[in-house]
Ligand binder design. Sequence first.
Ligand SMILES: C[S@@+](CC[C@H](N)C(=O)[O-])C[C@H]1O[C@@H](n2cnc3c(N)ncnc32)[C@H](O)[C@@H]1O
Length: 359
Amino acid sequence: MNLIYQAFLQAIKECSGSVLWVVDEHALTINPTQLGDSSKVTFITNRVDQKDALAESGLNCLYSDFDFTELHQHTFDLVLYRVSKEKAIVHHVINQTANLLKPQGQFVLAGGKNEGIKTYADKATKYLGCNKHIEKLSKDDWISTLENNHSDESPLDDKDYSQSIELSEPEGLTFISKPGVFGWNKIDQGSAFLLEQMPEFMKRLNLSKDQATNSVLDLGCGYGYLLANMPAFGFTTLVGTDNNAAAIASAKATLETNGLEGNVIAANCAEGIDQKFDVVVCNPPFHQGFSVESEMTERFLAAARRLLTSGGAAIFVVNAFIPVESKAKHFFKKVDELANNKKFKVIRLAGKKPFHREG
Ligand SMILES: C[S@@+](CC[C@H](N)C(=O)[O-])C[C@H]1O[C@@H](n2cnc3c(N)ncnc32)[C@H](O)[C@@H]1O
């Protein structure tokens, strides 16, 4: 069992009061029996898959973009948090924890050395006004147990976590984004590279002439960059999906701001979406640490295959060094590289292979 998870369970066991467990992108499989009295534990997550898994296990879970306002201030005896990848989220959670914990309540913060856990522990120590306490759990992982003493320190810079920003493009589209969304304050270079290949991709698309609508799904839509660009290629039915609450709200706002009709659906790898699409566009979460062996690659490819019409095609952008083609060949008959700029490559997937397990 993961050592951080084990340490969190131990902290829950030792706590007689109420517990808040903040869950971000690090997948968590909780066995409720390991929690002891699970009624004292509340989970909060911004990932719909985590929310579903926790709710299925009968656990008390809130799903939001880490909006802690629905929780009462100074009610928790213990807050547990495995740090997120994005700094603004970590700072937001540390700032909010000071309000959520009772005086002298405990904040248990954990994570990898390369995730900046030591720096975060220092910042949290200062903000909570307590003595520093950090321990090594393994070669990579550290855990810090801190007490809430309410200092007069200013809150950490969370980039104004709840506020949205506007990103504008010369072509006239405006994107609404916010901290907590993937690459929230910029246009992703991989996605921009994918868009450059769209004219060539569309030329090869074999849609029937009498097709009333050209439908497109943006799988892992973030704040809706690819999705909002799709009408320029003739798409009239727009659907975006992501598992992150901040992304869902932002993509909806992006469509609205640009006067575009569309649907944005919170789902884990498009689970539960049944509609078929002529095109799936995707900039998957393959960038850091994503290996072709990973289950996530398979799930994104399987979802694209499942959701395409028989004559449809998908367009994926991935880091140039990721050998995604070998995996894609299990799902599609045609796997072609449309472009490669040494940093990213854009892959066209067409011809759904029959008899493969549905994703
Ligand atoms: C590389 S980003 C691309 C975002 C957006 N399409 C863009 O171009 O800016 C990948 C997206 O996949 C989403 N994602 C990660 N895991 C997911 C999952 N299991 N199901 C659905 N979306 C997921 C992330 O939240 C993120 O928004």
